[in-house]
Design a protein around this ligand. Structure first.
Ligand code: G3H
Ligand code: 13P
Ligand code: NA
Ligand code: ZN
Length: 328
């Protein structure tokens, strides 16, 4: 059944777990996530970015998600729009039937230029008024995502601030978060706590204090009824990097957010955990390996089903680790 983000995360808060929000662009991703959820009895957030709408087209995305709900009627599904850069983008998603939208007013409509606080409040409040009138939830964002190690926002071509960020921009201020929620009435808030989008988050193996856990605690204490969202939560599996590079890929040494750090965040109020890059890496590794080992195969179903297997394993591991399993 289709449910709103508010409904889903209220349950997660009550029972102390976090829900991974996976980005979807194609049938294989949707199938992998739904099968993993069904195998583990987990609730599902399927999120579509502007890039996903451009790739698949809004009607295909919408109907793929509706098909998932039809095939897996026992699994609660939230259909979420990721990183809307204006109230107009959110409005179109609401019209398409999304049950949740993200109004990311931390960056301008180009998805790159950091905005001022008043602008963020204004566009987010506008999106909330519209969405709540339709029973749709809203996620806002306060602060600029950026790796505390590299000072970079990540994602050259996606959503992310340009240039090197300073330390204070990369940590959401708890008092400002309280004021932001009071003024906008967002259901969930994406916070900057040291993660960045994409595969290149950290250049060295994480040492166990990669996230600003104290900052998560302080924000959660100030806004306990607002569900916290962690973007840039891919763990960048080293085993898939090795497979990619073994079979012709060239991806330099890089590290993501360890699953244990995310679990620590969930203990302190993180309820939605955004993951895209991990499924991309697993898909690429699976395709490269299959085609290298089976050079005479040319039926796309053969290599695409390998991507489903690879992604399903990651999704199941996240559902289990985040305490989501058994909660559907
Ligand atoms: O926030 C970024 C997500 O990873 C989506 O990326 O815009 O390339 O679809 P995308
Ligand atoms: P990753 O690039 O770490 O997977 O983050 C995805 C994300 O935050 C989408 O909004
Ligand atoms: Na989002
Ligand atoms: Zn994001």
């Amino acid at each position: 059944a289709l449910i709103s983000l508010r409904q889903m995360l209220d349950h997660a808060a009550e029972f102390g777990y976090g829900v991974p929000a996976f980005n979807v662009n194609n049938l294989e991703q949707v199938r992998a996530i739904m099968e993993a959820a069904s195998n583990t009895d987990s609730p599902v957030i399927l999120q579509a970015s502007a890039g996903a709408r451009k790739y698949a087209g809004a009607p295909f995305l919408r109907h793929m998600i509706l098909a998932a709900i039809e095939e897996f009627p026992h699994i609660p599904v939230c259909m979420h729009q990721d990183h809307g850069t204006s109230p107009a983008v959110c409005q179109r998603s609401i019209q398409l039937g999304f049950s949740s939208v993200m109004m990311d007013g931390s960056l301008g409509e180009d998805g790159k230029t950091p905005t001022d606080y008043e602008y963020n409040v204004r566009v987010t409040r506008q999106a909330v008024e519209m969405a709540h009138a339709c029973g749709v939830s809203v996620e806002g964002e306060l602060g600029c995502l950026g790796s505390l190690e590299t000072g970079m926002a990540g994602e050259e071509d996606g959503i992310g601030a340009e240039g090197v960020l300073d330390h204070s921009q990369m940590l959401t201020d708890p008092e400002e978060a309280a004021d932001f929620v009071k003024q906008t009435h967002v259901d969930a808030l994406a916070i900057a706590i040291g993660t960045s989008h994409g595969a290149y988050k950290f250049t060295r193996p994480p040492t166990g204090d990669i996230l600003a856990i104290d900052r998560i605690k302080a924000i959660h204490a100030r806004i306990p009824n607002t569900h916290l969202v962690m973007h840039g939560s891919s763990s960048v599996p080293q085993e898939w990097l090795a497979v990619i590079n073994e079979f012709g890929g060239e991806i330099p040494e890089t590290y993501g957010v360890p699953v244990e750090e995310i679990v620590e965040g969930i203990k302190h109020g993180v309820r939605k955990v955004n993951i895209d890059t991990d499924l991309r890496l697993a898909s690429t590794g699976a395709v490269r390996r299959f085609l290298a080992e089976n050079p005479s195969e040319f039926d796309p179903r053969k290599f695409l089903s390998k991507t489903v297997d690879a992604m399903r394993d990651i999704c199941m591991a996240r559902y289990e680790a985040f305490g989501c399993a058994g909660q559907a």
